[in-house]
Write a protein that binds this ligand. Structure first.
Ligand SMILES: *Cc1c(COP(=O)(O)O)cnc(C)c1O
Length: 310
């Protein structure tokens, strides 16, 4: 199972050369990003643990990856979601279907009578964790200190490549959800190789949310990545014409990107490249392609003619 050491390929976007760190080539169970964030769990023994608990969206990459982790470890996965849309429940696809096939127990909190309006995290912390022993709890999207272990390994691979290429400086760009990957990358580079900087954009929430997430993981501002943003606000999980257009454009390079994080990542990066054309940039492909199974049909229904014109 390939869980580290991915290649870096060169592509051309808008006339600029960009390198792509191919974490999408890691084992599909962990869709890139989660292989790094969950490496600690994969590579260590957890005596006595028999249950993994998580929460998030029923289409989350982390749901699928946690279901694979649980299956490999022989654990049961209880994954709490706010709500499962009836369309998805009746037509399982993508990460949700993959997780069901891996035996995940997906619990719809909107059907739990003792929830009493509480947020998912509060409900789990107050009702579930105190009543279950031998349980490992992973916060939403793997946002926890455990993620540092595997992300540091990723930082070391990037630093090795920079040395091989004889580069004085390097910029690593990635779109952020919780910001865990970006923060631990920046922290690793600060400690290992300060000539590498991390630039990111907020895909879930806005810059204020992302900076608050960074602070939760580390109060040291030197560990915080540089955050760029566009004038327009985009909402997570919503479909936008310019997302679909840029996704079609970057896919023409021969590398397939995902449809939830990468479109806003590339929109931000193309702006950034135009203003910082002297920098050598590596775009971190964080996998997530299984999610395209449900996202692509939605885009094709909404914009039937896009991507077919040329
Ligand atoms: C989970 C995930 C992200 C977000 O990672 P964070 O560490 O939460 O910022 C981005 N892209 C893909 C494909 C993911 O699966």
């Amino acid at each position: 199972m390939k869980l580290a050491n991915t290649p870096i390929h060169s592509i051309n976007v808008d006339g600029y050369r960009v390198f792509v760190k191919r974490d999408d080539l890691l084992h599909p169970y962990f869709s890139g990003n989660k292989a790094r964030k969950f490496a600690h769990f994969l590579q260590h023994e957890f005596d006595g643990i028999c249950r993994l608990i998580g929460y998030g969206s029923p289409q989350a990459n982390s749901l699928y990856s946690m279901s694979a982790l649980a299956q490999l470890k022989g654990w049961r996965l209880d994954f709490y979601v706010d709500h499962i849309a009836s369309h998805l429940r009746d037509n399982p696809s993508g990460n949700y279907l993959g997780a069901l096939n891996n035996g995940a127990n997906i619990i719809d909190l909107s059907l739990c009578s003792d929830r009493q309006g509480r947020a998912a995290l509060d409900y789990i912390e107050q009702e579930i964790l105190p009543n279950h022993q031998n349980t490992l709890f992973v916060p939403e999207g793997g946002r926890c200190a455990y993620a540092e272990f595997g992300v540091r390994r990723l930082a070391m691979e990037l630093n090795e490549w920079k040395k091989q290429q004889n580069l004085a400086e390097l910029t690593v760009f990635l779109p952020s959800g919780t910001g865990t990957t970006a923060l631990f990358l920046q922290k690793s580079f600060y400690e290992l190789a300060s000539s590498i900087k991390v630039v990111t954009c907020a895909v879930v929430g806005d810059c204020t949310y992302l900076n608050a997430q960074f602070t939760q993981l580390s109060a040291n501002l030197s560990h915080h990545p540089h955050v760029v943003a566009l004038a327009k606000r985009y909402h997570f999980g919503k479909l936008y014409r310019e997302f679909y257009d840029i996704w079609n454009k970057v896919n023409k390079t021969g590398i397939t990107f995902e449809l939830l994080y990468d479109p806003l990542g590339w929109l931000n990066l193309t702006h950034y490249m135009a203003e910082n054309s002297h920098e050598t940039i590596v775009y971190l492909h964080q996998g997530g392609l299984l999610g395209n199974e449900s996202m692509l049909p939605r885009y094709q229904r909404k914009y039937p003619l896009s991507g077919k014109a040329d």
